[in-house]
Design a protein around this ligand. Sequence first.
Ligand SMILES: Cc1cc2nc3c(=O)[nH]c(=O)nc-3n(C[C@H](O)[C@H](O)[C@H](O)COP(=O)(O)OP(=O)(O)OC[C@H]3O[C@@H](n4cnc5c(N)ncnc54)[C@H](O)[C@@H]3O)c2cc1C
Length: 372
Amino acid sequence: MALRITVIGAGICGATLADALARRGAQVTVIDQALPAGQATGGSFAWINSNNKPPRHYHDLSVRAMAEWRQLAASFGAPDWYTATGALTWAVTDRGRAALAEKVARLRDWEYPVEELTASAAAALEPALRLPADASFVFFPAEAYTHGPAVVDALLTRAQAHGAQVLTHEPVTGLTTVGGRVSGVRLASGRTVPGDLHVCCAGWRTPDLVEELAGGQVSLVPVDTVGSKAPCLIADLGLGQPAPIRRVILAPDITARPGGDGGVRVEAPDLTDRIHRHTPDAERAAMSADLVARTQRLLPDWEPRGSRQFQVCVRPLPVDGHPIVGWLASGLYVVVTHSGITLAPLLARLVCRELLDDHLDPVLTPYRPDRF
Ligand SMILES: Cc1cc2nc3c(=O)[nH]c(=O)nc-3n(C[C@H](O)[C@H](O)[C@H](O)COP(=O)(O)OP(=O)(O)OC[C@H]3O[C@@H](n4cnc5c(N)ncnc54)[C@H](O)[C@@H]3O)c2cc1C
């Protein structure tokens, strides 16, 4: 009889895993408290990269994950939710140039594809950008981006074609146990869904669900504190309009890429550092206006006329920055990670082999929950 596996959470981690498990013949039930991709995955910048992922083991994991994305996309033909056009960056100040040169040296040493460009070559890649003439330009040709909601939809649809059940608007409130082994999940609706194995992919809410059984093994940055690094500000500008850029742009004060529904998706690392869930409305509005102004400086001839949307999204952030992947208790497994867009397809493949074949891949050794 097929193994009954319950996946809690339909973000990128849950969706990639459900797809991989269902295609291997497991009887999969995916449960989300709301709609799929409604949390970090939907709000993500979704840049697929290993651009700044030291130490070496984490860099190598991310590079493998980039290759896994190419395979995943190819398995769907040529899906419009995966675009491998690389990423362009530049530095203007002495400090910025030094940091970029150091990064380029490290990435070259690690055999990561990096190209230094002239200003005219950079302008030819992205003609709509206002680029400083006197800057150091670098292109990362192997990088890509995706659109979280679209890829999750494709993965869940394929999982369903392989027999998976997807339950939405069904918050999981707890886990049931029999003889110390997790035997099912309790839903807010009062129903219990029995299973043989349970994988928690609930993003930043994971600790709430597993704490009782896992006892501190899922250690995430707290979300609600003033100054927490988990919340991010992200904006979609010019929704419905053609995108003026083709790839991920990492400018000194803003990052941008084509949006999933047209226009551009933008964020700024310094604003993300400052925003938290208690940021007063007026300050949040000023940050949003700042994001728009930076976009206009980057794309001076592009006028975002369509509608715009600003979101404060919460990232699941393990306290040491690295994935948490492994058994928490008998019958209960966890996958929670930052950079989950980049890593999820690879983690899904590795976890699928662990759950179905008992194959423990040494590449996951640094990321086991018992390190905390
Ligand atoms: C603004 C922003 C920018 C980012 N940029 C990048 C990037 O460029 N590259 C990159 O690789 N990563 C990036 N990330 C990180 C990445 O998006 C996340 O690591 C990834 O989306 C996490 O996926 P997940 O499936 O683990 O969690 P989520 O997408 O949060 O999904 C968890 C799901 O679990 C459900 N859930 C939670 N609790 C329950 C419950 N009790 N019952 C049922 N369901 C429940 C939620 O509804 C949700 O759908 C970014 C994140 C943000 C927010």
